[in-house]
Design a protein around this ligand. Structure first.
Ligand code: SF4
Ligand code: SF4
Length: 179
């Protein structure tokens, strides 16, 4: 029988997780599995077992880098990154304790910068992240300086008022569709 977490995840992600037969290919290829507690294969099983609290409070849903490696390896074409997105949405909307607060902060800063500038800007995102997460380190400054002198991280964004207005429209449309 389908539980409420399964239906919620399937509705939000558009993925049929009942197709999973736990071959483990997704977990075997996941680049961040070493840092995860469960890994993608086991997380799908936890959804079907309705282990809501463990999953929504887990750091794994925030550690997923959305790289789609699991989706390309899955013999049943299950896009687990979409499932992870759904789990993050459910965790936020149900006010679950966030398993990896810095990851959520990074997501919010990234989206905030894109919303304001119409595109990403690494220097602004990383600078704000380092200050707000209270993790500025001398090694990071060295790394940042090296990226800057190689021209990899421009200090000023390539701003276009039209692009910013277009992106704001996309956000507006998406917010009105959610409500
Ligand atoms: S690769 Fe696909 S079928 Fe295999 S365990 Fe992962 S999600 Fe399930
Ligand atoms: S999308 Fe997430 S779960 Fe899938 S392989 Fe990449 S990091 Fe791992």
């Amino acid at each position: 029988m389908e539980n409420s977490l399964t239906s919620e995840v399937q509705r939000l992600s558009g993925e049929n997780i009942d197709l999973c037969y736990h071959c483990h290919k997704c977990t075997a290829g996941c680049p961040v599995v070493q840092s995860m507690t469960y890994g993608p294969d086991r997380m799908l099983r936890m959804v079907t077992l309705d282990q809501r609290d463990e999953l929504l409070q887990s750091q794994d849903i925030w550690l997923c880098a959305g790289c789609y490696t699991c989706a390309t390896r899955c013999p049943n074409d299950i896009d687990i990154s979409a499932v992870m997105d759904a789990l993050r949405q459910i965790a936020i909307s149900s006010h679950a304790p966030i398993g990896e607060r810095d990851a959520l902060l990074f997501h919010r800063l990234f989206i905030g910068v894109v919303q304001r500038l119409g595109r990403s800007h690494e220097a602004a995102t990383l600078g704000l992240f380092k200050v707000l997460s209270h993790t500025p380190k001398i090694q990071d400054m060295d790394a940042g300086f090296n990226l800057f002198i190689r021209g990899k991280v421009p200090v000023l964004p390539h701003y276009s008022a039209k692009a910013a207005a277009d992106v704001r429209q996309i956000f507006k449309k998406s917010e009105s569709e959610e409500n």
